[in-house]
Design a protein around this ligand. Sequence first.
Ligand code: ADP
Length: 266
Amino acid sequence: VRANFSEVQDENEEFSGIITVISDVTEQEKVERERREFVANVSHELRTPLTTMRSYLEALTDGDTWKDENIAPKFLSVTQNETERMIRLVNDLLQLSKMDNKDYQLHKERVNYTDFIHHVVDRFELNLKQEIDIKRNVPEEKYNVWVDKDKVTQVLDNIISNAIKYSPEGGEILVEVTKEKHQLLTKVTDEGVGIPESNIDKIFDRFYRVDKARSRQLGGTGLGLAIAKELIEAHDGEVWAKSKENEGTTITFRLPLMQKKRGQRK
Ligand code: ADP
């Protein structure tokens, strides 16, 4: 806490009192520290793929390596993957920056959430490359929410793709929807590596990863859950995680249910 004192004079320029301003600098310092950490993180995240690409390109241009049919395609594919990841990273950063500046709009519409969830999970099942079983527990009854469909799709994409990424081969993922008072809860549970108890809330922080190397290797940017949290909160919802190391993780978010108008039939 910082205190500033200033003397106050009356109209005859005589001393009449002291004004004390007490400000909470800890909050200011925290914001400043977070900003510095963020810039350091961004620089580091961009430097890593760039230095990787540089060494692979150097190796390719060294002598005749680029003509080597066994080596060249592999090295090119590494640089391609790193480029893709940098593009994802920059896109994620731009999206977060827009959200920070409130420079975006939600295009909300009435969405039948149960149909919507099935549609999203169907799409994942079609594109699954691993032996992973996605189970669903979704009510038959139709529940409507008032949301931006693209944004909630993005939230589900981030959460379900994490569940897949951190699952073992042959693992099971459960997608559940339940109604709780005026809220709809969506839970995604996996049987993956889990997250240490002490770090559980940090996974929604920008760039936080339990295992940096592993996340990078899997193509992660460390921003997926931070974006998901911002988007859910923009819909007056909340997102949280529960996990046990080596047993699995559950990510849950709630969204307000659209109220049925009085007199409206089911
Ligand atoms: P990333 O791109 O690294 O996946 P996210 O923001 O999506 O970034 O997630 C942050 C971190 O939280 C991940 O790096 C991982 O350590 C942890 N995490 C997220 N989801 C899961 C999960 N389902 N199982 C285990 N760890 C997870």
